[in-house]
Design a protein around this ligand. Structure first.
Ligand code: DUC
Ligand code: ZN
Ligand code: ZN
Ligand code: ZN
Length: 485
């Protein structure tokens, strides 16, 4: 059976034009005028765009003594409802020595319920020979080329600089990409202890314990370590000017570094923690925390200037009951907020509707840029013959007020509660299946497939001149090896 999307404006990262899109067997087979198909979807007044890709989710993740509540079922339904057709989730080995392949098995056991396509990033939560060996299998056989390192969460997920440098060098050899959660975990741990000792036990202390310098320092450190290791670097959830500045400088120097702000940091600020009731503030506890408006403006400027590349969510949703594990001790509030369903409408409303971004830039930031970085373009992130029919038919006139009462996510609140958005999906297609039909969710559990992503990305090859930095140095005449790299 063929499906045709008629009378819309095809909008990709580089241009917009009037055309119909014909789909068969889950793929786009033709783009042109006057096309017909068995099933017709009317896109009059709409943009026909590549479905969103959210490269940063934590679905059913074991974390801080509990599991994040949205799983591959509710999480991917929420994604589709908001126009996102692919998620990339983090597979986390237990830091007490669980292997990478064992962790992937755990994630495979959960992800079979996905309603849309998905992929994984691999987390490196400890370092040793087994991780060194398994990295090759993960990249070459499992098709996962991105590896995240937590520079925070001391005593749990955090890795030290020596572990990070070893891991980054191995990734450089194998053609992988390093990712970091950039916060100085040692400083955070000390500030947390100090705040608690002074009686600052409430959720606002979470923000005080993670000032922007903590993030800026770690971003700079990760960039320098990646440069010495010869590996491209992707910095997740960039929330402040200090981290953004480090990324700008690195890119200007020709380093392959990308920054990912979240829709939450672009649209919510630190006032969410101040003079609010405990539940309100705790529901918004995430790391990094929300910042002041100066930092928000820096993130928007970065998206406009191209120094920041991708807008994600870090969707990691906990119920109010779970948040209350931290009553009396803010360090025990599970860190995380939702956003999968709202990322695209919120970015359209606050980005395109305000004139900050063009519709084409919106496509680049929600889909195409990350498809290229992750090495799954143009299968994903494109409206082209042969690409997967992951498409959102976007109605720029459609409005709603966000509320937990009608959301798909399984938690009992929404951090964007009461915000009105203008710009919503009329249809969302996942590999040709119409999962959102005139606003009605018709997705199917288990429809989602794993998307393999090969190593040795074009960007990685372009880094080859940096690889010499870690090669053995000639011995000096004194017989002492030249120091440094
Ligand atoms: N930050 C969060 O807020 N939640 C999950 C992990 C993270 O780094
Ligand atoms: Zn993180
Ligand atoms: Zn995260
Ligand atoms: Zn299907």
């Amino acid at each position: 059976m063929t499906t045709v999307i008629k009378n819309g404006t095809v909008t990709t990262h580089d241009r917009s034009y009037k055309a119909d899109v014909l789909i068969d067997g889950g793929r786009i087979i033709e783009i042109g005028e006057g096309l017909t198909g068995d099933e017709e979807l009317d896109a009059t007044g709409c943009y026909v765009m590549p479905g969103g890709i959210d490269p940063h989710t934590h679905l059913e993740m074991p974390f801080m003594g509990t599991y994040s509540t949205d799983d591959f079922d509710s999480g991917t339904r929420a994604a589709l409802a908001g126009g996102t057709t692919m998620v990339v989730d983090f597979a986390l080995p237990a830091p007490d020595g669980q292997g990478l392949l064992d962790a992937l098995q755990m994630w495979d056991n959960k992800s079979g319920r996905a309603h849309c396509d998905y992929s994984y990033h691999m987390a490196v939560t400890w370092w040793g020979e087994q991780v060194f060996d398994e990295m090759k299998t993960v990249i070459e056989e499992r098709g996962i080329n991105t590896f995240k390192h937590f520079m925070a969460y001391k005593g749990a997920l955090m890795v030290n600089d020596d572990e990070m440098f070893s891991s980054f060098k191995r990734l450089g050899e194998l053609g992988g990409i390093a990712m970091v959660h950039a916060e100085n975990g040692d400083v955070v741990a000390e500030l947390q202890a100090k705040l608690m000792a002074e009686g600052n036990t409430g959720p606002e202390a979470h923000a005080y314990s993670r000032p922007t310098q903590v993030e800026g320092e770690a971003a700079n450190r990760a960039i320098m370590i990646a440069d010495m290791a010869g590996v491209p670097l992707y910095i997740v959830h960039v929330s402040c000017e200090e981290a953004h500045e480090a990324i700008r400088r690195a890119r200007q120097q020709g380093k392959r570094v990308w920054g990912e702000p979240l829709i939450q940091h672009l649209t919510l600020d630190e006032s969410e923690y101040m003079n609010k009731d405990w539940d309100h503030a705790a529901r918004r506890v995430m790391s990094p925390p929300f910042r002041n408006l100066k930092h928000q403006e820096s993130l928007w400027a970065g998206l406009q200037a191209g120094s920041l590349s991708v807008v994600a969510t870090d969707h990691c949703a906990f119920t109010t009951e779970q948040k209350r594990y931290g009553v009396g001790d803010f360090t025990k509030i599970p860190n995380g907020t939702g956003g999968l369903e709202d990322r695209m409408p919120m970015l359209w409303t606050h980005g395109v509707e305000t004139g900050r971004l063009t519709p084409e830039e919106f496509v680049a930031m929600t889909s195409t840029n990350i498809a290229k970085i992750l090495n799954c373009y143009p299968r994903k992130g494109a409206i082209l013959p042969g690409a997967d029919a992951d498409i959102v038919v976007w109605d720029p006139q459609k409005e709603k007020t966000i509320t937990a009462a009608t959301q798909v996510s399984a938690i009992d609140y929404n951090v964007f509660e009461g915000k009105t958005v203008k710009g919503l999906p009329r249809f969302t297609l996942t590999r040709g299946h119409v999962a959102v039909h005139d606003g009605e969710l018709r997705s199917r559990e288990g429809h989602g497939e794993f998307v393999k992503r090969a190593g040795n990305t074009p960007t990685n090859k372009a880094l080859s001149k940096w690889k010499d930095l870690t090669a053995p140095r000639p011995v000096q005449r004194s017989g002492i090896p030249a120091s440094g790299v």
